[in-house]
Design a protein around this ligand. Sequence first.
Ligand SMILES: Nc1ncnc2c1ncn2[C@@H]1O[C@H](COP(=O)(O)OP(=O)(O)OP(=O)(O)O)[C@@H](O)[C@H]1O
Length: 250
Amino acid sequence: MLSLSGIGKRFGGLTALDGISFEVGKGAITGIIGPNGAGKTTLFNVATGIYPPSCGAVLFGGKDISKLPPEGRARLGLVRTFQNIELFGKMTVLENVMVGLHTQSGSGLFACSFRMPWQMKEERRIRERALELLEFVGIPDLADVQAGTLSFGKGRLLEIARAMALEPKLLLMDEPAAGLNSGETADLGDLIKRIRDLGVTVALVEHDMDLVMDICDHLVVLNLGTMLAQGTPREIQDNPAVITAYLGEE
Ligand SMILES: Nc1ncnc2c1ncn2[C@@H]1O[C@H](COP(=O)(O)OP(=O)(O)OP(=O)(O)O)[C@@H](O)[C@H]1O
């Protein structure tokens, strides 16, 4: 699905990524883990087009997307969530999801504001779909609440609903459990599995090892900008080089 081939990224004299190659397999949940400063976020930023790689190529569904901007990648189905949630705080929860759906439908917010009959029908369809997505992530009761007043955990769920509105083929999640309590993290794990069960491929950068070990089908371990190992959670847990890299951090 997503193929990274020989990715390198330098910031001035610092090599943040050095020859990273791996595949994110279709239909699976892939976890990208590693100690602080390993290059995980940089890799996400290269994969989603926020940074150009210094060398190497990013392929999505067999197509070289290395030169596409983030919006172009999102249109192809490569969608991401951010570590720092960015919502439209003054809009309601439902409207936040509807904005994502308008982007998708191409009808545009302004066209709908003229309220022609076919546009009102489209608006109704978008509202219904937004509600479905809020139900899917478990916050339909918050539809009419101002998004800026949500707790951090609920804001995270809204961000996921909004990302799902873009109909991702691959959803990249940057530390989705950051800032969540243990109950919220367990619910998030269930939600990510349900996203995978819908046929959406998921890749996440995450520090919460319990979550990663529980939900991931495949793990990629980065250390100091290089790929240290990849395999099933069990293989990674028993890998001596991985254990040393993590112990070295403490
Ligand atoms: N925009 C930037 N400019 C300069 N250096 C950067 C930039 N972004 C990242 N780096 C450096 O690249 C290296 C990898 O950082 P990155 O944030 O990708 O690691 P990480 O594995 O995501 O770490 P963490 O788990 O702490 O979030 C670090 O040494 C970091 O300081």
